[in-house]
Design a protein around this ligand. Structure first.
Ligand code: HEM
Length: 393
């Protein structure tokens, strides 16, 4: 059977504002849907998305929907298959060894305590959980561990917006995001260069790998840029989504305060409940059969992470946020050889920030409607008005 096609624009501004419902509808229409405006096939059911992420030989990373080899986005690691992918990934994995992570963790905890203590002065005020909680934390600790200079860090959000835009179609939202992006990209390239990177840092580990001849100097620079691009907004958004979930499900914050060891599961549940990336791009390396539908070799495909994480075939009551849920198999970190290499780093950041909040905050409440990231693939709150009430203990 050929792929059922639709002509809807699922990446225009209206669809981006309503991305959850749009992606869930795609998942329910058919196991595979052809987006005729984009010339891509999308898969939204958990079973097929997780299998597609695992089977990198059939669903390759070497080309993707809207793939532009001249994109400003770093082309390394996520855009490679084995054998090229394997040694490059190993460099990052080694640099993120338990010993290195322990040093980073101490820094995360110190900054989290300092920022949360300062936040307490704003109890009861309407604040923005993104601009006042998750972004200042991630935008401080991530460039610190990468070893970037302080200059220009205030551009982190704007830079992230431009990077997200490069992952989707070149529509009006792309054009808007790219307006004025050049200086941001120049700043990131400068701040990630060997000359600017702190000698004792995660970023410098990439350049030392170049010195050992494991990668080229250009690849080392690309890897540092990749850490910056992949690690910032994903973490900012997931932390903000966790706070959003605690506003909508206040009993879950109380459950977490009663049992802080559930924090890792809570963070993963936030990733499942509303994933910061709508899709993973891949290309079919052969004809692939899914439930009687053939995806022809050479088809560019989107594996819909977020829709799969809410697939009712897999998840009971998927819209509910439950920090005790059995989350085995969720694809919020991806799956298989390309699954998130920065996962422990992000989890340690979340541990530090939320453990500090658990100690000081009795409850969060929504104080207005969120504003959303207006990028086609990146999804989540760009502004999240909330209030919090301090804990008496
Ligand atoms: C909550 C925060 C994060 C989320 C939700 C997240 C999510 C993901 C996902 C879904 C993938 C797989 C993409 C695919 O298969 O197409 C991925 C890959 C990746 N992530 Fe993360 N990520 C996060 C934080 C980080 C951090 C802090 C870093 C910094 C080191 C990072 C670096 C990477 C890299 C380099 C890859 C590509 C891995 C490969 O291709 O082998 N991520 N991430």
């Amino acid at each position: 059977m050929s792929i059922p096609a639709i002509d809807d624009d699922v990446f225009d501004a209206a669809s981006v504002l309503n991305a959850r419902a749009v992606d869930d509808r795609l998942r329910e229409l058919s196991p595979v849907v052809w987006l005729s405006r984009e010339n891509i096939a999308v898969l939204g059911r958990w079973e097929h998305v997780s299998e597609g992420l695992r089977d990198w030989e059939s669903f390759s990373n070497t080309s993707r929907p809207w793939h532009d080899p001249n994109s400003v986005r770093p082309e390394i690691l996520l855009t490679d298959d084995p054998p090229k992918h394997t040694p490059v990934r190993a460099i990052l994995q080694t640099a993120l060894s338990p010993r290195a992570l322990k040093v980073m963790d101490e820094h995360f905890q110190a900054i989290a305590k300092e920022q949360v203590a300062a936040l307490m002065a704003r109890e009861g005020e309407v604040i923005d959980a993104v601009a006042d909680i998750s972004a200042p934390f991630v935008h401080k600790v991530l460039p610190d561990v990468i070893g970037m200079p302080d200059k220009g860090r205030e551009q982190m959000s704007a830079f992230g917006h431009a990077v997200w835009a490069t992952m989707g179609p070149m529509n009006d939202l792309f054009a808007e995001a790219m307006e004025g992006a050049e200086p941001l990209l120049e700043w990131a390239a400068w701040a990630c260069s060997r000359e600017q990177i702190n000698p004792d840092s995660l970023g410098m580990q990439m350049y030392l790998a170049a010195d050992r001849g494991e990668i080229s100097e250009v690849e080392a620079h690309l890897l540092v840029m990749t850490i910056l691009s992949a690690g910032a907004d994903t973490t900012v958004i997931t932390m903000a989504n966790l706070i959003r979930a605690f506003c909508e499900f206040p009993d879950q914050w109380q459950a977490l305060r009663a049992e802080p060891k559930l924090l890792r599961n809570a963070f993963d549940e936030a990733l499942r409940w509303d994933s910061p990336s709508r899709l993973a791009g891949r290309i079919a390396m052969k004809d692939i059969e899914i439930d009687g539908i053939t995806i022809p070799e050479g088809t560019r495909c989107g594996l819909l992470f977020a829709a799969a994480n809410r697939d009712p075939r897999k998840w009971t009551d998927p819209e509910a946020f439950d920090i005790k849920r059995d989350l085995r198999g969720h694809v919020g970190w991806g799956y298989g050889i390309h699954s998130c290499v920065g996962r422990t780093l992000a989890q340690l950041e979340a541990d530090a920030l939320f453990n500090a909040l658990i100690e000081k905050v009795d409850r969060f409440e929504a104080a207005g409607e969120p504003e959303w990231w207006m990028t086609t693939i990146g999804h989540g709150p760009a502004k999240l008005p909330i209030r919090f009430h301090a804990a008496s203990r």
